[in-house]
Each structure stands twice: as structure tokens, then as C-alpha cells.
Design a binder for this molecule. Structure first.
Ligand code: CP3
Length: 346
């Protein structure tokens, strides 16, 4: 690509910087008044996701306001189940509701993985539109959910605190569970290939519920399906870096870093930067991991912890980010406080 190399891409290739590149999970979201206004205009969250003009607009909002070093496509991990034929709605204030998949018969009702594109084509259009409108030094991150996390929502039909329905299906009908994981993995690969074809320059795979997998199953369901997706993406696009996010993996972070094939690993809030700098950052770029609650809190605690993370990861490749998504309660001016500390290169 012509022009100066984008800082985030350089970090993903192993470079470290006195001022690390920074973006935030859920940076386009309800904490921003301009996001709430655009969502209102769209009608609903899903109408917003499937409207390329408005999805482009909300993706750009946090870039305009804060000048982040990356934009993330505005969409949702649950669009893949919807494209596979699940009914999906978002209940205001309560989260997603889906038709459930808990038997071989339910699985048969789903579409084949290669029939997802009709539903998802507006998303590819958003990606292409964004590549035309983003500042030249701001790369675009495409994304999808990891098969385990997407499966937890498809099996339970909603978010749950501990993913009990998915764990029970894993034990009671392993065959159906495995077939569901495979269907999601296949669809996810095809979805991400199209995002890259349309212009996504980095891919992030969100395994938000990796920490709910029983330990002995972590490798089988949090690493293997993601490694297969990454392998297939890199066969077609060897230069597109991939960020893995096995949230809550604990000790599993080590095996994930070694075996999943990702170029960077996103750290959740529970990970101690001092440990991760030695155990993970010596192998690859790390991303993270400020507690999102500090953006509700603001002030000295925010400044102190931002500085701690910046310092902790100063010795290697680091992308500054949160340990999970920014919450609707966060104060937009606190993001400025965080950025002041990150961008002050003292
Ligand atoms: O700015 C960005 O980060 C890009 C857009 C994005 C959204 N969701 C928009 C969204 C991304 C990357 C996601 C990923 C996502 N979606 C994950 C993985 C990351 C994580 O947070 O763990 C998960 C688990 C989902 C599923 C999901 N989407 C849930 C459970 C909910 C409801 C809970 C909530 O936070 O509201 C959503 C809704 C959602 N996705 C919103 C946004 C901006 C809020 C919807 C609204 O505007 O009302």
C-alpha cells in the first residue's frame, strides 16, 4: 500500500513506540451522544448495523472525536447467527434474543455456511465505504465472534452469566455441539474473507466467553476452531494481521498465544501487565487492558492506571486498549483524560 505505514499495523508487526497506538473496544457506542442520535435515526440497533451509510457514520464518530489509531467496523458478532437463519432481536436495555439451537433438528433448520452473504452484504458495503472515507493513517479493523462465544448465544438464545446451556449441550450432545461449532467456524471464515476482500486491514476475533469453558475443553473449543479460521484467512491473505481475544482465559492465554496463530493477543482486565509483558509480549504484540470502569470513574485513578499499563508494556509491541468494551455509563471527557496520559511521551 502507498503512503506512510500505519502505526497500528507496525505495532502488529512487532514494533514498539514511546506512544503506543490506541483504540477502544466498543468505541462507537452509547456513551457518545452522537451515536445515540444516529441510532435513533436508524430506528433500531440492527437497522443501524445493516445501513451502510449510518454504520459508516457511527464508525467514524469516535475517530473524529478522538483521533484513534484504528477504526472498528460497526456491526455485531450475532449477525453471523442471523445470516445462518436464527431469528435475532435486541431488546432495549436487555440485550440480544435469538431462536435457540439445542438439537440436531434445530441445526438442520440453519442455512449452509456459504449462504450467509445475502444477509451480510450490507456489512461488506460498509467496509468498502469506510475504506473510502477513513483518514489515510487510520486502518480499519474487521471482526467476528469466535465459534464458542457465538455458539453460547445460539444455544441459550440470549446472554447468560455462565454459559450453562452451552456447557450442558457440550456434555449431553457433543455431536450436535461439534456440528454447530463447525458450522459457525465455516461461516465465520467466509464472512471474514469477504470483509478483507472489501477492505478490512486487520481482523479481530472476539471470544468474549472463553473464560466460561471448563479447563479441559479450552484447547478443543477456544483454540482449535479459531486456529482453523486463522489458518484459512492467512492462506488467502498472509499479510492481514489477526488479533485474538480469549477473554477470561487466565492460564489459557499462554496456550492460545502459542497455538492459535494470531499475530496479537488482546488482554482482558484480569491480566496483570507485569506478567503479560514477560509471558506473552516476548512472543507477540499485546493489546489492552485498562479496566473500562475507570472511564466511568475518571480523574486520578484513571490517569494512574493508564500510566501503569503504558509503562508496563513500554518494552515491546503494544496497542493500548481497554480490557473489555467501554460502558454506556462512561463519560466521553474521561476518554480525553486517558488519551492525554497515553499521548504525553514523557
Ligand atoms: O465499536 C465497536 O466496538 C464495534 C461494534 C461492536 C458491537 N458489538 C456493537 C454493539 C462490536 C465489535 C461488538 C462485538 C460484540 N457483540 C461482542 C464481543 C465483544 C464483547 O463485548 O464481549 C459481543 C459479546 C456482542 C453481542 C452483543 N451485542 C451483546 C451481548 C449486546 C447487548 C449488550 C450491550 O452491550 O448492549 C450487543 C449490543 C451492541 N453491540 C451494542 C453495540 C454498540 C449496543 C446496542 C445499542 O446501541 O443499544
Amino acid at each position: 500500500m502507498a503512503g506512510p505505514e500505519k502505526k497500528l499495523l507496525r505495532a502488529l508487526r512487532g514494533e514498539s513506540f514511546p506512544v503506543p497506538p490506541v483504540w477502544m473496544m466498543r468505541q462507537a457506542g452509547r456513551y457518545l451522544p452522537e451515536y445515540r442520535a444516529t441510532r435513533e435515526k436508524a430506528g433500531s440497533f440492527l437497522d443501524l448495523c445493516y445501513n451502510p451509510d449510518l454504520a459508516t457514520e457511527v464508525t467514524l464518530q469516535p475517530i473524529r472525536r478522538y483521533g484513534f489509531d484504528a477504526a472498528i467496523l460497526f456491526a455485531d458478532i450475532l449477525l453471523v447467527p442471523q445470516a445462518l437463519g436464527a431469528d435475532l432481536t435486541f431488546v432495549q436495555g436487555e440485550g440480544p434474543r435469538l431462536s435457540t439451537v439445542t438439537s440436531a433438528r434445530d441445526l438442520e433448520q440453519l442455512r449452509p455456511a456459504d449462504e450467509i452473504h445475502e444477509t451480510l452484504s450490507p456489512i461488506y458495503e460498509t467496509v468498502a465505504q469506510l475504506r473510502g472515507e477513513l483518514p489515510p493513517d487510520t486502518p480499519l479493523i474487521g471482526f467476528a465472534g469466535a465459534p464458542w462465544t457465538v455458539a453460547t448465544y445460539m444455544i441459550a438464545g440470549r446472554g447468560t452469566p455462565d454459559q450453562a446451556p452451552a456447557r450442558r449441550l457440550l456434555y449431553s450432545d457433543t455431536q450436535t455441539f461439534d456440528a454447530l461449532i463447525d458450522r459457525i467456524a465455516e461461516a465465520t471464515t467466509l464472512y471474514l474473507l469477504e470483509q478483507i476482500k472489501a477492505g478490512a486491514e486487520v481482523i479481530k476475533i472476539f471470544d468474549s466467553w472463553a473464560g466460561a469453558l471448563p479447563g479441559p475443553w479450552f484447547r478443543r473449543y477456544a483454540i482449535e476452531p479459531v486456529a482453523r479460521i486463522i489458518g484459512d484467512l492467512r492462506k488467502a491473505y498472509p499479510d492481514v494481521p489477526i488479533i485474538g481475544f480469549p477473554r477470561g482465559a487466565g492460564a489459557g492465554y499462554l496456550a492460545f498465544a502459542e497455538e492459535a496463530g494470531a499475530q496479537a493477543i488482546a488482554l482482558d482486565t484480569s491480566v496483570d501487565p507485569d506478567w503479560a509483558a514477560k509471558a506473552l509480549q516476548t512472543q507477540m504484540c499485546v493489546q489492552g487492558n485498562l479496566d473500562p470502569l475507570l472511564l466511568v470513574e475518571g480523574g486520578e485513578p484513571l490517569r494512574k492506571e493508564t500510566a501503569r499499563i503504558k509503562r508496563g508494556f513500554a518494552g515491546g509491541p503494544h496497542i493500548f486498549n481497554l480490557g473489555h468494551g467501554i460502558t454506556p455509563q462512561a463519560d466521553p471527557s474521561h476518554v480525553d483524560q486517558m488519551l492525554e496520559v497515553i499521548r504525553n511521551d514523557a
